[in-house]
Design a protein around this ligand. Structure first.
Ligand code: NAP
Length: 268
């Protein structure tokens, strides 16, 4: 099935910057009607104006995805504005870079609220309306850490693993309602994720500047929506990591352990 994006009514969470903003811009340029959701209303309004200035259709709804009332307001505003919904893109996310032993329960719960509970509850809320939509779909932005947990990303890896597990289970259920579920597994991307880290005291400096451009990631995501792909891994290092982990897991574990030991030895 090839999906026709023009005309689709699509919610994009985390649209105030990074990958989410690029997805919204790309979709609007293809003729989709996008609902821009995030907490920073100034940034959303600026994007709404920019999309409309380019002839696209968009409207901004301030929303903290971890708050049930905000999610309900986002959903209600979408249906009221456009009379329905065809796509939900769960992109909003947050991360933390640091070791488990010095982390804490509050941080773990915050990451799970944003990266797992919020997208899951948005799916539950939107599903009845999506099933009435045109070529409906849900797309979840996970991470390469969702296919291979990485040291110093313990909570983040776990939250994205949980989301991917939920997606795999749901995919089978959603078939009954004609709704597709697309999973994106990106590697390092040059967004503002590094500025939004809840903590950043891992031993290694992550080379975010070498990551993929958000516009490239968005282009591949929109292609995945159009081609109705099941799961798409983006970025050379993500592909290599997942390949190694699948086919030579012992070697992968050994290489990672060696790296961690060296980092700690060097810093002590
Ligand atoms: N950058 C990478 O290397 C990378 C790699 C793999 C996967 N990813 C994933 O890609 C997705 C997008 O991240 P990004 O790289 O574009 O990071 P980013 O630049 O930090 O953008 C994150 C977005 O999420 C929104 N957000 C965070 N908490 C929210 C909340 N409680 N409610 C509503 N919106 C919230 C932020 O908006 P507000 O602050 O305005 O709310 C922002 O628009 C995330 O799921 C991330 O895990 C990123």
């Amino acid at each position: 099935m090839k999906r026709t994006i023009a005309g689709q009514r699509i919610i994009v969470t985390g649209a105030s910057g990074g990958i989410g903003r690029a997805i919204a811009e790309n979709l609007a340029a293809q003729g989709a009607r996008v609902i821009l959701a995030a907490r920073n209303l100034d940034r959303l309004k600026e994007l709404e104006t920019s999309i409309r200035g380019n002839g696209g259709e968009a409207f901004a709804v301030p929303c903290d995805v971890t708050k049930p009332d905000d999610r309900q307001r986002l959903f209600a505003a979408t249906v009221e504005h456009w009379g329905g919904l065809d796509g939900l893109i769960n992109n909003a996310g947050v991360s933390a870079w640091g070791h488990f032993q010095t982390s804490n329960e509050a941080l773990n719960r915050t990451i799970f609220e944003v990266n797992f509970f919020a997208p899951v509850e948005l799916m539950r809320l939107c599903m009845p309306e999506l099933t009435k939509g045109e070529q409906p779909f849900v797309l979840n932005v996970t991470s390469m850490c969702a296919r291979r947990g990485m040291p110093a990303w313990p909570e983040y890896s776990a939250s994205k693993f949980a989301l991917i597990g939920m997606c795999e289970a749901l995919r089978g259920e959603l078939v009954r309602f004609g709704t597709d579920l697309i999973t994106i597994v990106p590697g390092l991307t040059k967004s503002e994720l590094n500025q939004h880290l809840l903590r950043s005291d891992g031993k290694f400096t992550i080379p975010f500047e070498t990551g993929m451009e958000p516009a490239y990631v968005a282009e591949r995501i929109v292609e995945a929506i159009r081609a109705n792909r099941r799961e798409v891994v983006l970025g050379g290092e993500a592909k290599r990591l997942i390949f190694f982990n699948r086919f030579v897991p012992k070697l992968t574990n050994w290489l990672i352990a060696r790296r961690v030991k060296k980092l700690y030895r060097d810093s002590e």
